[in-house]
Ligand binder design. Structure first.
Ligand SMILES: [Zn+2]
Length: 267
């Protein structure tokens, strides 16, 4: 029986595309039984909440975010995309805004366009009092500039953190949380592991980004939230603590950030 740990970043619909809907339901049934762990299903495209809610809204363990990933779909009609997003936020069904941010690796729009839509979403997160879940790839300086302003008003999570200790320290001093995925287990990830080591316990999260970023030894294979325990094991070793102590702390951090509550929550 795999460990059932709160996963603050997964794409359930994308997992279903890769592994089939039955595989997702098996995972969700296990989480449902655990009665205290959650999966945060992350939005990426304009208006995608409706379908995700239809597929997974019946599960107590599933919570939703909505956001515009820095990709073509979001940039084609920015104003319409933002209007769709605001509709999703108004539904009251989202515990976070994201993922959104800057991707200068895939570069599906010019940096100025990316920054404009990212800033608009950061403002929406403040307006709707939601934590902001940020994607940042090869865009450290520009991301820092925007999140440093945002984190003054609402919590910010740098998801699938992919930079080194220096960048980690800057994001932390700006007040951000850092969320680490399976890539902390990769061979060439020394600087990333260093960033993990220095991240204070009350600001660290562990996520899968499933079906992506599977940890070793399953790198390249589609992941689910059940793969999270191997990432936690690597993190615990880096911190010199037991895996169950790290997972308890990261789950608490996620609960606090996203307001996750269980019907049997302790008093
Ligand atoms: Zn993601």
């Amino acid at each position: 029986m795999p460990d059932i740990i709160t996963d603050p970043h997964a794409h359930l619909g994308h997992i279903a595309q890769r592994l089939g809907i039955a595989a997702v339901k098996t995972v969700l049934d296990l989480y449902e039984e655990s009665s205290e762990a959650f999966i945060l299903d992350i939005g990426t495209k304009p208006g995608d909440l409706k379908e995700r809610r239809l597929s997974f809204g019946g599960y107590r363990c599933v919570k939703f975010s909505a956001g515009l990933w820095p990709g073509r779909e979001s940039f084609a009609k920015p104003r319409a995309s933002l209007a769709y997003l605001e509709e999703d936020l108004q539904s009251g069904d989202c515990v976070a805004l994201g993922e959104c941010g800057l991707d200068y690796h895939h570069m599906e729009a010019l940096p100025d366009q990316q920054k404009a839509i990212f800033r608009s979403q950061a403002l929406l997160a403040i307006e709707y009092r939601l934590p902001l879940i940020v994607h940042s790839r090869d865009a450290y300086m520009d991301t820092l500039e925007i999140v440093a302003e945002t984190a003054l008003y609402t919590p910010v999570v740098i998801h699938c953190f992919g930079y080194g200790p220096k960048e980690g320290e800057k994001f932390l001093s700006a007040g951000c949380h850092l969320s680490f995925a399976g890539n902390i287990s990769y061979k060439n990830a020394g600087p990333l592991r260093e960033a993990f080591r220095l991240c204070p316990m009350d600001r660290v999260l562990c996520e899968t980004d499933a079906p992506y970023m599977n940890s070793m030894p399953h790198r390249g294979k589609a992941s689910t939230s059940l793969d999270l325990s191997r990432t936690v094991d690597v993190g615990a070793e880096l911190k010199g603590i037991r895996s169950e102590d790290l997972s308890r702390q990261t789950s608490l951090n996620a609960q606090r950030l996203f307001g996750l509550k269980t019907p049997r929550a302790s008093v």
